[in-house]
Write a new protein. Sequence first.
Length: 277
Amino acid sequence: MIDFIKFKITDEVLINEIWRNPILVYDGKADKIIDNKLKKRITKRYENLYFTKFFNRLEISGSIHKFYNNDVHNADDFTIKKVIQVIDYLKEIFELDLEKCFIINLEYGINIISPIAINKLIANLIYHEKRQFYRTTKHLYYKIAGVDAYKNIKVYNKHIQHPTFCKENTFRFEVKSKQAKFINKLEIHTLSDLLSNKTHQALGCSLLQEWNNILLFDKKANVDEKYYNTNFWENTITVKSRNLFNYHKKKYFKQLGKSNLHSKIHGLIHQKILQLM
């Protein structure tokens, strides 16, 4: 499930030990003025992982999924066992104290085979919570919601990104945290937490909950036509009643009935999570 990760280390002794490791390759430096003071940062790299040294901390970031696959792709299923293998490997080669590696950002998600044409599915994903999905690129297979929030949701066609390494119609549903407080709510604080099955169960539950927050147009269902109108949903958000959106969302799902596209995808996500455990 886990893909991109960023964590920080503030222990000066540990930072110096890591920084001296000869396997790190110099990548560059940059200066930035913060609070009228010149702050320097230097970056080194190991494979696809970046080690950025600030005056008071070291930040390490990158896709541990790609790292596992020699930086070629992140299109296959990344099981808990594989995640633990990567963490243990990094711990060994950099002599990390995992309790001193504090997670800042985390990106986790799931790949499933869409029950309908993938681009049609993505086109009909409208809202996550009250944040509208939109395209940040020209590609029709990619959408994001909550880009300005403490977390965002990404949905896209994984096969187009990595056609050699996954099946056609592969749907990627992904949560990206932008603040540590979101991850902390899941009882995830340090790298050591990623070695626990309980943590991965929490991430799985989080994915299911975030999918529950999705508004998806199911055009094959027999529901009031207004519920397929994006302007209608936008109006429910802009009116003074803050509960109107959720009120109509409940009515919409009730009209869909139990056997609908949203619930079918929920079941597929749940099955894949169990496979990855």
